[in-house]
Design a protein around this ligand. Structure first.
Ligand SMILES: [Zn+2]
Ligand SMILES: [Zn+2]
Length: 229
C-alpha cells in the first residue's frame, strides 16, 4: 500500500503523519516516551497505521476523530476493536456515518464498514487523554461538518481536520456543512492559537497559525466577522 510518512517532534512528543487513502487524508499518530499513543483520524483504511503501530510497539489508548467523513473516520471501528481503544467523535457527526457508505460507493470504494459509534462524545468534553501519557484539548469548530473539532496540545500543536488547511479552508457544501459556522470557527482558532502553533491539517502540508493569520483576518474582516483594528 502506498503512503507517505513524515515525523514531527514537539512538546516531548513524536507525531507521525501518514498520508494515505483515496483522497490523500492525513492521519496522525502521537506518542510519548511510554509509547501510549493517540491516533487522530485513522482514515478509511488503517492498514498503514497499524503497520507503524506494530513496528514501534505502541500502545494505542484512544482514537480521536476530527469529524465523521469517511476518509478520516471509517476505519475507527476496526482500530478500536483491535486495540480495545475508545473512539472519540462528536455525536453531531453520527448522521454522516450512514451517508459515508454512499460517498464511498460513488468513488468505487468497497468492503469498508463504517458502522461504529463513538464511545466519547466530543460535543461535551474540553479535553481527552491517553491514559498516563498526555491529553488533547478539544475546540468545537463546526462548519465543514456540524461536529467538526480541532484538537490541540498546549496551544502549540493543532490538528484542524478539514476546517483549516495551509492556504485554504474546508468545504461547506457537504450535508450539514455551514459557511456561517466555519467562519466563526476560524475566528475561534485565530483567537485561541498562537502564531507559532504548528497546524497539522486533515489534507495537505503542515503550516503555522502565524503563516495563515494575515489572509484569514482579511477574509473575516471582508465578511464582517472581524472589525478592522
Ligand atoms: Zn471532511
Ligand atoms: Zn477530508
Amino acid at each position: 500500500m502506498a503512503f507517505i510518512a513524515k515525523e514531527f517532534l514537539a512538546n516531548g512528543l513524536r507525531i507521525i503523519k501518514i498520508t494515505h487513502g483515496r483522497i490523500s487524508t492525513n492521519s496522525y499518530i502521537i506518542y510519548g516516551e511510554d509509547k501510549s499513543a493517540i491516533i487522530i483520524d485513522p482514515g478509511e483504511d488503517d492498514a498503514s497505521l497499524l503497520d507503524f503501530v506494530g513496528k514501534e510497539g505502541l500502545n494505542v489508548k484512544l482514537i480521536a476523530l476530527t469529524h465523521g467523513h469517511f476518509d478520516h473516520a471509517c476505519s475507527a471501528g476496526h482500530a478500536s476493536d483491535l486495540y480495545s481503544a475508545p473512539i472519540a467523535m462528536s455525536s453531531k457527526d453520527e448522521f454522516l456515518l450512514d451517508l459515508n457508505r454512499k460517498a464511498m460507493e460513488s468513488l468505487g470504494i468497497r468492503g469498508i464498514d463504517c458502522s461504529f459509534r463513538p464511545d466519547i462524545d466530543l460535543s461535551y468534553v474540553e479535553e481527552i487523554s491517553a491514559g498516563n501519557g498526555f491529553s488533547l484539548g478539544v475546540l468545537k469548530t463546526p462548519g465543514h461538518t456540524p461536529g467538526s473539532v480541532t484538537f490541540f496540545i498546549n496551544r502549540k500543536i493543532a490538528f484542524t481536520g478539514d476546517t483549516l488547511f495551509s492556504g485554504s479552508i474546508g468545504r461547506t457544501d457537504f450535508p450539514g456543512g455551514s459557511y456561517d459556522e466555519i467562519v466563526k470557527s476560524l475566528e475561534l482558532l485565530l483567537r485561541t492559537l498562537e502564531d507559532d502553533t504548528l497546524v497539522l491539517p486533515g489534507h495537505g502540508e503542515e503550516t503555522t497559525m502565524g503563516r495563515e493569520r494575515a489572509w484569514l483576518e482579511k477574509m473575516l474582516t471582508e465578511r464582517g466577522i472581524r472589525k478592522n483594528g
